[in-house]
Design a protein around this ligand. Structure first.
Ligand code: FES
Ligand code: FES
Length: 163
């Protein structure tokens, strides 16, 4: 008996949090389901699955997208960052640290999407005043209305990151 060799990785490549993966998935698989069910990166949440809540926000080539509205195989060669790739408990991203400082953390469902959006908007042509930041975050819904400290956290992280 010859030892069974694992199959060579095949399928279109995608880079997630700096690691290349080969996608062997059904053409209907959303990027969100690919991240959660195939790569087991469960920090990105499925809220509405209809592009309405922002819980599934990730960065695609540096821009924020709703991963529930993207098909995984349409993103061959693309670069995806999830909340797991932003920072970790030992080395928080400045935005994660600011959310902690300002008690901007919300529930486990919406927080990751809020933070991914917050990081992305600092590189968008979004105005700097609180009202505009609030508007730029309006795609990230919280069912509990617990938004109180998010804008302060974003403005603090902006200062720290020199944006
Ligand atoms: S799960 Fe994607 S926007 Fe709600
Ligand atoms: S939905 Fe997360 S705190 Fe409201």
């Amino acid at each position: 008996m010859h030892p069974v060799k694992p199959a060579a990785p095949t399928g279109p490549a995608i880079v997630v949090n700096g690691v290349e993966h080969r996608m062997n998935v059904d053409v209907r698989t959303t990027l969100l389901d690919y991240l959660r069910d195939h790569l087991h990166l469960t920090g990105t949440k499925k809220g509405c699955d209809h592009g309405q809540c922002g819980a599934c926000t990730v960065h695609l080539n540096g821009r924020r997208i709703n991963s529930c509205l993207a098909l995984a195989l349409a993103h061959e060669g693309d670069d995806v960052t999830t909340i797991e790739g932003l920072g970790d408990p030992e080395r928080l991203h400045p935005m994660q640290a600011a959310f902690v400082r300002h008690d901007g953390y919300q529930c486990g469902y919406c927080t990751a999407g809020q933070i991914m959006s917050a990081v992305a908007l600092l590189d968008e042509p979004c105005g700097r005043d609180d009202g505009t930041v609030r508007e730029c975050m309006s795609g990230n819904l919280c069912r509990c209305g617990a938004y109180a400290n998010i804008v302060a956290a974003i403005q603090d992280a902006r200062k720290e990151m020199g944006k």
